[in-house]
Design a protein around this ligand. Structure first.
Ligand SMILES: Nc1nc2c(ncn2[C@@H]2O[C@H](COP(=O)(O)OP(=O)(O)O)[C@@H](O)[C@H]2O)c(=O)[nH]1
Ligand SMILES: [Mg+2]
Length: 406
């Protein structure tokens, strides 16, 4: 990495990469176009891409990442002057990964083969990359969506909601998260280690780029109605869910950690109020039933939090998720042994409550007891034992995830 070229004024994040002079003979730009049976529109796309290269005097190529099209797309592509890369693994992401890997350009412009994007706009992207950005995202909402170009579900539900969640969870500067027309330096891309093979590839790339602190910007683009007569490959509900699922697994903060914390605190306050005696609000008495509910809230909240932490550790270790400073401080104190001791203390405290109950029971010669009194230590003891057991289990999980390996 070096910082030789002019730094963009409003770079949202730092860490420039790939600003190296092109090697002799190296291409500057590769258009990489995923293609699955796009015979109707592929030629026009390639022509538009080549037109952009020629008009702007760019040394470049057009790569078609094909997944075994059966409609002659490959021949059309070769005839139109593109290089076909056959990718055996199916899927939008898999095809793009293969195509980008095979690309010879320092910069890659990726976009769909259905004429929904204007490849003639490529120079706007290249100018940004030349300024030093690592990833340049198209933004269809800033540019414009031509009538009939995007189904209303995607336009008013899927895209805005998923983009909002992506920005909330990962503080990503791009506002059109799933835009398929984008450009990046190949070096910067290779640092990401993108892995997903489906449409969620688009999310993974922009999320990881954000998490790695790469410099991201966006340019307004137009979305046109695609030029083909059959429906798109994208299946809104399935693919939308895949994007969402991917984001939730990467960042459990809002899906698990925060709700878990809220539940835990609510439960602790509730349990504190009714642990020893009923609690009255006006004429309403909260008693042992409330204690049971509060105890379960504590337990569930604790389970959610500890699971969220395990997911986060996994994301950090596998470098799929964003790095976390908090986790690092946590692991300065966490060891398996300490986890086991903490769990043991909780279990012992729980057993002590139950022992006190047994002692009271013995006092009445194991006969009938006042249920409203007897049940309190049983509830508290059981919840403490469960909390201790969860601590022990999760300590093994954290430890297994390799936290103390170094
Ligand atoms: N190679 C390959 N390309 C795909 C696959 N799925 C989609 N594509 C391509 O990805 C681009 C976007 O797909 P499209 O159906 O237009 O989805 P949408 O624009 O998101 O609705 C098109 O160029 C498709 O040909 C796939 O499984 N393999
Ligand atoms: Mg499309």
């Amino acid at each position: 990495m070096s910082t030789s070229s002019a730094a963009p004024q409003s770079a949202p994040v730092s860490t420039p990469s790939s600003q190296i002079e092109p090697k002799p003979g190296e291409l500057e730009v590769s258009y990489v176009i995923p293609c699955l049976n796009e015979a109707e529109t592929l030629e026009s796309c390639i022509r538009a891409a080549r037109g952009c290269l020629e008009r702007n005097g760019l040394a470049g190529e057009v790569v078609i990442a094909d997944n075994g099209s059966t409609d002659g797309s490959q021949q059309i592509a070769t005839r139109a002057g593109a290089r076909v890369v056959s990718v055996t693994r199916r899927g939008y992401g898999a095809a793009l990964m293969g195509g980008i890997e095979a690309a010879r350009g320092r910069y890659v412009i990726m976009g769909d083969a259905d004429m929904s994007y204007d490849f003639g706009e490529g120079m706007t992207f290249i100018n940004k990359l030349r300024e030093g950005y690592d990833l340049v995202m198209g933004n269809r909402f800033l540019g414009g969506i031509k009538p009939g170009a995007m189904p209303w579900k995607n336009r008013y539900i899927g895209n805005p909601i998923l983009s909002f969640i992506g920005r909330l969870l990962f503080k990503c500067p791009a506002r059109d998260f799933h835009c398929g027309l984008r450009a990046f330096s190949k070096d910067a891309y290779q640092q990401l280690g993108v892995r997903t093979t489906g449409m969620e590839f688009a999310s993974e790339m922009v999320i990881k780029s954000t998490c790695r602190g790469q410099r991201i910007t966006e340019v307004p683009i137009f979305l046109h109605p695609d030029g083909r007569s059959r429906p798109p490959h994208l299946r809104p509900w399935r693919d939308g869910w895949r994007h969402l699922r991917f984001m939730m697994v990467l960042s459990p903060r809002w899906t698990l950690f925060m709700p878990g914390l809220a539940l835990l605190l609510l439960g602790l306050v509730g349990a504190g109020l009714v642990a020893l005696r009923p609690y009255f609000v006006g004429g309403v008495a909260f008693d042992v039933n409330s204690l049971i509910a509060a105890g379960f809230a504590v337990l569930l909240g604790y389970m959610w939090i500890t699971t969220a932490i395990a997911m986060r550790i996994h994301g950090v270790i596998t470098e799929i998720g964003p790095p976390s400073h908090r986790l690092q401080s946590l692991f300065r104190v966490f060891t398996l042994e300490r986890g086991l001791i903490a769990g043991g203390v909780l279990v012992t405290a729980g057993l002590a409550f139950i022992a006190s109950l047994l002692a009271a029971w013995a006092k009445v010669d194991f006969g009938a007891m006042d249920a409203s009194k007897a049940v309190r230590p049983m509830i508290i003891g059981s919840i403490l034992i469960a909390l201790g057991a969860q601590t022990v289990l999760m300590s093994f999980v954290y430890s297994m995830l390799g936290i103390r390996r170094s």
